[in-house]
Design a protein. Structure first.
Ligand SMILES: Nc1ncnc2c1ncn2[C@@H]1O[C@H](COP(=O)(O)OP(=O)(O)O)[C@@H](O)[C@H]1O
Ligand SMILES: [Mg+2]
Length: 230
């Protein structure tokens, strides 16, 4: 039951959006997902309130330093993936969540402030590895990428980060109306109206590629069918 945390100490980097896209995509694919909404702004809890029941998705709304570990152990048996959405702040809850994670996703939008917020997360991960010998897998996710940005330009950004030994996901999250509107409409990309949301098909395709890449990177240790057989 892998724990995936979205962290960037800067608000607006695209953490919450990427976390929800991933959660709904893993759920669509049949995984049972529990989202720990550790952001005091509660965007994902609000999404869940207006969505009604979404198959395979549970949301836990009040997550604190004191409660986070308990939420994970209590829900372990009924969860395939935990996804933690953090506030854009550098605090002990962030450090605790990172310490509990199998993989940390660091959304970066490409602006300098975001990169700085991302660098602070990478610094903490480096510190944990150097001082405590704890290595936590992590990846930068490029977010809100303009759909007109060329593959070549993206490739250059990825190469720059790779030269600094920062792992970057192949799939960027593109700036799409659907990824913004889902918080107002509730539900999933699949329940949105393609006549009212532009490029919904492209958003679905992007979400699918993102989910596929994350599943390859952070596989379920034991699939449910394997557990049943055991
Ligand atoms: N891929 C995207 N496409 C369109 N809008 C996005 C995308 N990612 C983020 N946004 C918008 O940018 C703003 C900040 O994103 P959010 O996910 O809330 O960031 P964070 O959680 O890091 O503060 C929100 O208004 C959100 O709707
Ligand atoms: Mg957020």
């Amino acid at each position: 039951m892998p724990v995936i945390t979205f962290a960037n100490t800067k608000g607006g980097a695209g953490k919450t959006t990427a976390a929800l896209i991933l959660a709904t995509e893993l759920a669509r694919n049949g995984a049972r997902v529990t989202i720990l909404d550790a952001d005091p702004q509660h965007w994902i809890s609000h999404w869940h309130d207006i969505s009604g029941k979404v198959a395979n998705v549970e949301v836990i709304s009040y997550v604190t330093m004191a409660s986070i570990q308990g939420h994970i152990s209590e829900n372990r048996a009924k969860t395939d993936y935990f996804i933690i959405d953090l506030a854009g702040a550098r605090n002990t809850l962030m450090a605790t969540a990172i310490g509990l994670s199998d993989h940390v996703m660091i959304p970066i939008q490409g602006c300098a402030m975001d990169a700085k917020g991302g660098a602070q997360v990478l610094e903490l991960l480096g510190y944990l590895e150097d001082k405590a010998g704890i290595r936590i897998n992590h990846s930068v996710v490029l977010t809100r990428v303009n759909s007109l940005v060329t593959t070549r330009a993206l490739q250059m950004v990825k190469q720059l980060l790779a030269e600094r030994s920062v792992p970057v996901l192949d799939t960027p999250i593109i700036e799409r109306a659907a990824f913004r509107d889902i918080f107002d409409c509730g539900g999933t990309l699949q329940t949105m109206d393609p006549n009212r949301v532009s490029n919904l098909d492209k958003a679905c395709e992007n979400a699918r590629a993102f989910g596929d890449e994350v599943r390859r990177l952070v596989p379920l240790r034991l699939t449910r069918s394997m557990r049943r057989a055991a």
